[in-house]
Write a protein that binds this ligand. Structure first.
Ligand code: ADP
Length: 155
């Protein structure tokens, strides 16, 4: 049987405990997870691509079944290039659901052989977003409870 490869696409600006929860819980479901860090020239990020990649690589350095890559263009095209049959996304709330539904249905129209798989975030992380982490960090607050251990945004 071919291995089950999932792509977890996102901005990860920066990686949060919410992302970490989804990735950790998806590991038993898939053989391999590719964390795909988007870079979109039209979007402005607080952390540059190298920094966003490095933080994730550091967090998962002991997990050989997880790889971290950057991509641009359509997520389904990246999946095709990588031989991935699944797109993994996290759902926090109804707003996420509405947004994710449109993306997943569009992706399905673009490529019917790739399934989007959703995991509900654990309740204790559902309030966390990268934008909240950025706000706390920007104003000098202690962001460490919001990000996986070992994540140092100043380095
Ligand atoms: P994007 O810009 O593509 O939304 P994000 O990095 O914000 O990128 O999110 C990537 C994925 O992680 C999305 O599926 C999003 O719903 C999910 N996600 C973000 N924060 C959390 C969280 N706190 N708990 C669970 N999933 C989350």
């Amino acid at each position: 049987m071919s291995s089950r490869i999932a792509v977890f696409p996102g901005s990860f600006d920066p990686i949060t405990k919410g992302h970490f929860d989804i990735i950790s819980r998806a590991l038993p479901i898939f053989d391999k997870i590719i964390i795909a860090v988007g870079h979109n020239a039209a979007k402005s990020y607080m952390f540059d691509l190298e920094k966003r990649l490095a933080l994730i690589q550091h967090v998962f350095s002991d997990e050989p079944r997880i790889s971290v890559e950057s991509y641009h263009g359509l997520t389904v095209d990246f999946c095709e290039q990588k031989g991935a049959q699944f797109i993994l996304r996290g759902l926090r709330n109804p707003a996420d659901f509405e947004f994710e539904k449109a993306i997943a249905q569009t992706n399905r129209q673009l490529n019917t052989s790739i399934e989007t798989v959703f995991l509900l975030t654990a309740a204790r992380y559902a309030y966390i977003s990268s934008s909240i982490v950025r706000d706390v960090y920007r104003h000098g607050g202690d962001y460490r409870d919001l990000v996986p251990s070992g994540v140092d945004l100043d380095k």
